[in-house]
Design a protein. Sequence first.
Length: 505
Amino acid sequence: MRTKISALFSRACHWVYMLLIGVAILSVSCEQSEVSGSAEPSVKVEIRETTDSSISFMITSTNADEVKYLVTEASDGIHDAEYVLQNGRPSVVNQEYIVKVDDLDSDTTYLVSVAAKSDNGFAVTHEIVTTKSSYYNEVDLDFPFVRRLEGENYADTDFALFFTDVDPEYELTLVLHAEDSEMLPEGAYSTEGGANANIDAKRSFLRFTNGDEPIFFDKIEAWVACESTDDYYYFDIHLYAGNTVYTVVVRDYVGNMPMYDISNMVFDRPIVRKSEDGKRATLIFNSEDEKATFVAETYIPSRMYLEPGVYTVATDEDGFEPFEIDAHNSWFIANGYYSELKSGTITISIDVSADDNYDYIYDVDIVDELGREIKFECRGPVPSDELYISFTVDSAEFNEVESGLYRIIFDGNYSLSFDICADEFVEGIYPIADIGEAYRPYIDKSSLRFSSATLGDIAIRDGKVRIIEIEDDFWEFRFKLQAQNSYNIWTGTYYGELNNFIPES
């Protein structure tokens, strides 16, 4: 839910003054005369109604010889009893009296001060009230991208900001004036001030992409803040047209202020989102400095995982084939400029050097419709649930073929057998390796057979088996087998007796 930051900005002074006035009210008693007796004056004020140009309030006083009221802007500060009695307007004494003050500014915070006096002393009270806005419609405009427009139409001191979206319904051009600089100075900007206005109302407008007439504004107010020395800005903008006020709140990088160098982009691991039909995977790359985003919608040949290969940008109208990238649903944005892809490739490979975790390696070499070259390489983990396949075995048989060579056969939904080369059969971790290339103990890769009734033989290129002796005739085997013809990792556990195994006495 979008935070209403603009409301906080427009009323920031209001809350400050309320705090100051609250403190002052607590100290009002210091202004009252400490005269003995019960005839000291008292006064209170109650706000009854507000409009965009008036305030109505009721004054009630007792034991007073004179009562006066004063309505001033809260920004002028608090007034004591003496000031109100000297400069205020008279009120009816010692009874309820309703006052209406007209010709006030809309959406403005006022301080209502009422003072009373008698021979026994004086009293003063205050109330804060804000007039209503004269704008009946409030519209929030949402813009995710901002860039500075440059060219012969703009001077070096013009900061022409262009607010837009990927698929815009409307776009805002806002022309601010400042000193010649790459960066827009912080501060308040407004169309007020005649020739000295620092927002150009004639060149600032809201354009609609459906062809409706653009909106030019009666008044524009903007607050600009830059959190650091780069191009990350905060904008709080109010645009007034007729009875409508448009609000823009943007906290983002600004393109072309200064220009972001895309030649040395560093990207984090991508976000990979698969479609429900299992035919597509969208890759979302965000640069580490969050100044650029690259999105590619790829068509994949496997529902299991993002298969390695060369994915090519294509604009096929009759449907996409695996290893293609949809040019129109893929895009790049940097410096506030959005563009679809034109050509190029993304080469995806899988690093299998680690036993337990594989990594995707992404080599991107793309050109977009604006002619920008998007080149980078990054890596990210392959989700384990995409590659791991579990299997079960129900029985195990042990045979000592010869001294230092042991054969174990497992059966069940899958069949698995292998030879262990070891000085003795004990619990431990046994890697799968070729004869002559491994240090004992190990599992002879050439002896390993793995199959299922539905899939047939499954070639294994690497892996390991962990053996745990629970009791003399009770064992636990944990398998992790890396497939030869795919990137799948087969995992399983056998827990039970080891037939034919005779424990050493």
